[in-house]
Structures are given as C-alpha cells and as structure tokens.
Design a protein around this ligand. Structure first.
Ligand SMILES: N[C@@H](CCC(=O)N[C@@H](CS)C(=O)NCC(=O)O)C(=O)O
Length: 217
C-alpha cells in the first residue's frame, strides 16, 4: 500500500495523484502530522515537504523522485519514452515545469489576499511568467501530450499549474496569456480520463484557499 502525504492545494501533490490515477494504483492520503515542515512530520519525512510517500518501508519526498520511482516499480502503462532522446526531452520539460515555471506561479500566492497586493511586484512577475511560458512553447511540441499520444511523466505537473494560472487571471487580473500551443495542450490534458477528475478537485481546493484569503471569487 502507498501512503501519500499531501495537502489539498499542493500542485506537486496533484502531479503525483495524476500519475497514481493513470497507473491505476491504490493509495491512502494523509495530511502531514502537525503540517508540513513540522518536527512531527520531519520524523517521518526528513525533508518536511509534501508530497511524500511511504511504501514498503521506504520514505520518499519530491514529486519527481516519487514519479520516477513509481514509474519504474509499476511500469504499466509506461510514462517515460523508451527512446533515449525522447526520454531526456521529457525530463527536460518536467524539470522546466518544476524549476522554472512553478516557482514563478508560486511567487503570486502572497498577492491573492486583496490587502496584500503589490502592483509593481505583480507586473514584474507577470513579465517573467510570460517569458517562461513563451520559452516552454518553444521547447515543447505537445502532440497532444508532451511525449506524444499517451500521457507521460512530463505532463503530470501541468494541469495544476495551468489551474493556478487561471485562478490568478481571475482573482488578481494577471495579465499573462497562455501561448496558443500550450492552450491547446491544456485542453487535451484536462479532457484526459486520468486528469479530469483530479483537475476538478484541484480547482475547487484552489478556490476554497483563495476565498480563505479574502479573494472575491
Ligand atoms: N520539489 C518539491 C517541491 C515540493 C514543495 O515545495 N512542496 C511545498 C508545498 S506545495 C512544501 O512542502 N513546502 C514546505 C517547505 O518548503 O518546507 C516536489 O516536487 O515535491
């Protein structure tokens, strides 16, 4: 049995859930005891981050490490291409998501509460985010998914990130446009049977969170 430590609004948690669903695996989801980063949670998961898993005596943090582990342990359906170059490109895109795109999206979280907004910060980060999305639209050639016609590891982080982008466009009027190629990709992703229920759950969790910050949505 896989135990997944997660919180509802974690985009990296959503990434792992999409992989679990696509593999048809069963898991038990638990909140980190006393919250992520807490001493109680660090006794179980020393990194203190979510998502993390416990499985057959091992503890593993980091969505990418978890995804690669589960993909090797449960190879059906495969979620990384067998060809060397295609596999490297899938990893390139997945890391671009985790290290270039998600941190810029995350930087807006402090702007969701209306009384905390800083227009100069939002404008500067919007330029950076647009730049990163435009770079991704050059690097990636979804057809319709990042590694071709089946859902792969490189796809799993994007549904939550695109949901965050939509929330920010609505709540803070973020002036960023998803390039056409990525907008078409997002549509294909959200229609996939391993993604659609999870993205619906994730959007609802984001809206609850934004309301808890006083956002009018
Ligand atoms: N690279 C990590 C990032 C995970 C991450 O930053 N998780 C956040 C919640 S979404 C967290 O646990 N933050 C607590 C901390 O940094 O101590 C992954 O892919 O799992």
């Amino acid at each position: 049995m896989i135990t997944l430590y997660n919180v509802p609004v974690s985009s990296y948690g959503s990434k792992v859930i999409i992989l679990l669903r696509h593999k048809g695996l069963e898991w038990t989801e638990l909140p980190p005891p006393e919250g992520y980063g807490s001493p109680a949670y660090k006794k179980i998961i020393p990194a203190g981050t979510v998502p993390a898993i416990q499985h057959e005596g091992i503890s593993l943090a980091d969505s990418e490490a978890i995804s690669e582990y589960l993909n090797e342990l449960y190879p059906d359906p495969p979620m990384l291409p067998s060809a060397l170059v295609a596999r490297a490109q899938a990893r390139e895109i997945s890391r671009f998501h985790d290290t270039r795109l998600e941190p810029v999206l995350r930087s807006f979280f402090g702007q969701v509460a209306p009384d905390q907004r800083n227009p100069e910060f939002i404008a500067a980060q919007a330029t950076l985010l647009q730049d990163r999305l435009d770079q991704l639209a050059v690097i990636a050639h979804p057809a319709p998914f990042m590694s071709g016609d089946t859902l792969g590891l490189a796809d799993c982080g994007f549904p939550a990130s695109f949901a965050i982008l939509e929330l920010l466009q609505t709540v803070i009027g973020l002036n960023v446009t998803l390039p056409a190629r990525l907008a078409a990709y997002s549509k294909s992703l959200n229609a996939h049977s391993s993604v659609s229920d999870e993205v619906t759950r994730y959007r609802a969790a984001l809206i609850d969170w934004a309301r808890s910050k006083g956002a009018d949505i």
